[in-house]
Ligand binder design. Sequence first.
Ligand code: AMP
Ligand code: ZN
Ligand code: FE
Ligand code: FE
Length: 275
Amino acid sequence: MDERADLHIHTTYSDGTFSAGAVVARARQAGLACIAITDHDHVGAIGEARAAGTQLGIEVIAGVELSTTLAQQDVHLLGYFLDPAYPPLQEYLASMRVERMRRAERMVEKLNGMSVPLTMHAVLNQAGEAAVGRPHIATALAVAGLTESYHEAFSRYIGFGRPAYEEKVTMAPREAIRLIGEAGGVSCIAHPGASIPDALLRELIHAGVDGIEIVHPSHTPEQTAYYRSIAEAYFLLTCGGSDFHGGGRSDEEALGKHTIPLDHVRTIERRVKQR
Ligand code: AMP
Ligand code: ZN
Ligand code: FE
Ligand code: FE
């Protein structure tokens, strides 16, 4: 039987719409055999997702999507099969949440300075248990009618280089790769086709990344083939998924539409056990 896996899924612990339990139930409905929960800078959903997975008969892999920066470029790194309770990982994620809170406050202050009366309360309402980020600010702006849409919030105010944008303090990819490894996991470059020029990809491979996300809604079939060939050439793992957030932020993201064979998950697991 052709069993499929989706290794890139968000919950309400980052900017997803659905709780861990709801996401697992939907993944089961979509016929997936295995999923990884990969919240941005958060591992809070994993316990609940695992419990739901056991109940519903779907394998749930502990994952995370760490935000890193190299040469002013955002690099998202996916971690798989890590120990979510590993203390240095927990400490790092907690410090990131504090940083993100301060950054959101600075962005709200900038908006207020531009006579956009957004409150931190409204932003935190959107964030819930998640580490607060620009998607929450954008949603809060749109919900309050201060912008026409989620996207206008970025194009007018909080997109890179826009007047209320604030930089994010993050670690370098090399540090994140090491942290994921020390937590017992493997690291993969997320959606390279969307954001990673080849020169940067080469640097990340030299920094010791374990794999590349080849299947992603932003990737064309040509890009998937291209990144697969790079993974083969460098003896890297391949992974992929839907980058599911729920809520139809993108028509392309849907559970069951962007998957990899379950075999690939077993290959990742084999590499994990050999480290
Ligand atoms: P943050 O980590 O708080 O900087 O938020 C980054 C997230 O904001 C990205 O993962 C996207 O989901 C979203 N984002 C960033 N730039 C844009 C943009 N120009 N338009 C729409 N969404 C964006
Ligand atoms: Zn996200
Ligand atoms: Fe990402
Ligand atoms: Fe993602």
